[in-house]
Design a protein around this ligand. Structure first.
Ligand code: G
Ligand code: MN
Length: 439
């Protein structure tokens, strides 16, 4: 007798396997082979159909730096947004798909009537801005860093060509157009970066670091960015691009130079002792730069600052791989009189190992610990511990990212010595800095 149970079990296994080829398991979006038949039928019926192609530019990069799990989440968010777009703006004959299972190339097939090329372009813009806006509202660096390259192509019926193959050709054309577009953007950005380095054109904003006992300004952190957002929309994109283009040392040198050159009006006349300190950021890359010490000395003296008025903020955003080189550079800086701070203490970027290696003059306590500290007893315990640690190693503590009066009160009560953040003062150009709010 036939055992139907075995038969059905096999059938089910086959079906699951098949579904795994046809639908992406994470997003449940169909793959291209799944939707191609529907598209073919519409074209055969004489309908106009267009393809909007969306590709996360630098997707590979992002996945490599943030990990596949985080990247999967991102793809899931985009899929969800596209599905909503489908429901709101398209018909059930239209389709949203991935080029293949586990791919990160999104495809949107939509019927075109009226003016096909105008409709297609409107569709492409609509989709891209909707995705970009919805990702922008999410928490997380990855969501802020991602950008979508896109292209829209009408699908054409070529009488001599098999329709499915013509669709694949259109996909290739869309990919090629995206690549050309991103190459063009890349070379425009590279041109702009070279110009910035050549002409020294950078904006430097300064953010006060405030003594939480007296309200006096203890110093300013210098924060550099491109003069316009046209090519580099954030400091993050500028620095990442410079790193990829292997000119990060040049860019950091320029930032230090400009930070020192323009700080003078804030710190008071040289030699009067009226001034505070200048805090400058240095990545781990900069510590491998043999010119770091001489360069910093030049910057300081050029601006009429004593090296002891300059605090070098160390971040581990790019990991320190050569501790020996790093320690030697640090030692040289110290001997020249500079002070050292560890940035982002308490975040993933900053380890206790670094605290032990560096013996810093300042610990800058990461904004993730400060955010809503008045509502979290764990954060208060952690801060209390870090304040104690700072005291024990003879370092001074600075709370970063204070955005609310309650946070200010809490960190003050915990004995944090200095504070920085939008609540106290936002970063501003030297002639735009207003008074500090500290109550
Ligand atoms: O990693 P580092 O601490 O150097 O980063 C400084 C960055 O933090 C700057 O881009 C600055 O504009 C930003 N910043 C300064 N104060 C605040 C704040 O109160 N809240 C937030 N979210 N960012 C801040
Ligand atoms: Mn910093």
């Amino acid at each position: 007798m036939t055992d139907y149970r075995d038969f059905y079990r096999e059938l089910r296994t086959d079906w699951l396997k098949l579904r795994g080829y046809l639908y992406d398991p994470k997003t449940l979006l169909p793959s291209l082979p799944t939707v191609i038949d529907g598209v073919r039928r519409r074209l055969e019926d004489g309908e106009g159909v267009g393809l909007v192609y969306l590709d996360p530019s630098a997707g590979g990069h992002l996945e490599a730096s943030y990990g596949w799990q985080a990247y999967d989440e991102l793809i899931g968010e985009v899929a969800r947004e596209l599905r909503e777009f489908h429901v709101a703006e398209l018909t059930r004959h239209d389709a949203v798909a991935l080029s293949g299972v586990r791919s990160d190339e999104f495809l949107l097939f939509a019927g075109l009537d009226g003016n096909p090329s105008a409709r297609l372009e409107t569709l492409r813009r609509g989709v891209v801005s909707r995705i970009q806006a919805s990702l922008g509202r999410l928490e997380g660096e990855l969501y802020q860093a991602v950008r979508f390259d896109s292209a829209a192509v009408p699908l054409r019926l070529e009488p001599a060509m098999r329709i499915e193959r013509a669709i694949y050709h259109s996909l290739q054309a869309a990919r090629a157009r995206c690549r050309r577009e991103s190459d063009r953007r890349h070379s425009r950005q590279l041109g702009e970066l070279r110009r910035i380095l050549r002409e020294g054109e950078l904006l430097v904003r300064y953010q006060p670091i405030v003594d939480l006992r007296s309200g006096a300004v203890h110093g300013f952190e210098a924060l550099a960015s491109a003069a316009t957002e046209e090519f580099f929309e954030s400091p993050e994109t500028l620095f990442t691009f410079a790193e990829e283009s292997e000119v990060i040392l040049e860019l950091e040198r320029l930032c230090r130079r400009e930070a020192a050159r323009r700080v003078t009006p804030l710190l008071g006349p040289a030699g009067t002792g009226a001034g505070g300190k200048l805090f400058v950021n240095c990545s781990a890359h900069a510590f491998a730069d043999r010119r770091l010490r001489a360069d910093l000395v030049d910057c300081a003296l050029g601006a009429g600052l004593d090296p002891s008025d300059v605090v070098v903020e160390v971040t581990e955003r790019t990991a320190v791989t050569e501790w020996r080189v790093f320690r030697r550079a640090l030692h040289e800086l110290r001997r020249a009189g500079f002070q050292v701070a560890i940035d982002d203490v308490g975040s993933g970027y900053s380890s206790l190992h670094a605290v032990a290696q560096i013996e810093p003059d300042y610990l800058k306590l990461d904004s993730s610990l400060i955010q809503d500290v008045h509502r979290s007893s764990i954060k208060r315990d952690l801060l209390e511990t870090l304040v104690l640690l700072a005291r024990k190693i003879g370092a001074r503590s600075i709370a970063e990212g204070i955005e609310k009066a309650e946070e200010l009160d809490a960190v003050r009560q915990l004995g944090v010595r200095y504070g920085q953040g939008y609540y106290l003062a936002t970063p501003a150009l030297p002639d735009r800095l207003g008074p500090v709010r500290w109550h």
